[in-house]
Design a binder for this molecule. Sequence first.
Ligand SMILES: [Zn+2]
Length: 326
Amino acid sequence: MNNLVQEVLREYDMLRDKSLKEALSRREEVYRKIPQISQIDDKIKEIGIEISKAIFLNPQNQKEFLENLRHKLIYLKKEKAGLLKLNGYPETYMEQEYECNICKDTGFVNNKRCRCFEQKLINLYYKQSSIEEITKIENFDNFDYHLYSDKPYKGKMSPRENIKSIVEVAKDFIDYFDVEKESLFFYGDSGLGKTFLSHCVAKELLDKGKVVLYRTAPDLVEGLRLNKLNSDNDSYYEYTDLLRECDLLIIDDLGTEPITPFSLQEIFSIVNARLLANKKFIISTNLPLSEVMNIYPERLCSRILGNFKLLNFYGDDIRIKRKTIN
Ligand SMILES: [Zn+2]
């Protein structure tokens, strides 16, 4: 794990290095085109030095003196912004741009890890960078209702009406992510877009700066098993910490993992710990609800029934249609 932490720290170094270089080259460009700004920057620097001197030397009229310098500084900055604008540049053009504005790509805020740190760690740890790749394709812009039949289905509303109402619930889940308590439970046959929809939600939340972890149930259980076997106990705790602390945990294909006392216990303890901490899930399964109730212990089922919105996907497999359309 320590290696991964170091890898993340190196990534921040590189990010800051890159953005600093870019800012410096933008500055050179501006100085070339608008030499006046270079003079203003020199004056700003001089005032900075005068301010430090005045604080250090503590002259009699220090307060007035500092106030006077502060006004000059404000005036110069305004002048600079005005000149940039006049020449068609945004006012912030010369400033350093960060990937994360919360921690300015340092990874830390008040000595605590920033959320972007956790996400980077998760991406490395679970080799998950693919979720960002996948969500470039699997997102709401590419959600196609026409793949779902508009004919009533086995006495129920049409699969298209049904999926529309599920998408509404999913969008509310995103909009009220920090307020609402309920998680989402997708169930229904395979090939009805459950994974696709969970990726759509993941993308929106990643864009909002949330930490999202996606695992299929077999990968989740296998990862826990390997980490527990590992003699180095720290890695098991790091692994479970990330599972417990991410903002959204997506567990896909519940029921396809080997069902053992170990897997049942581990899944229960993750679900329980996260619910107690008000953390959200999307869990999906191809099993009918009755089967879920059969396989999993009552204490897990009651947590799911009590804390998840149950959403039933039904209709004909849309993957076949998607293939013929593509
Ligand atoms: Zn950050």
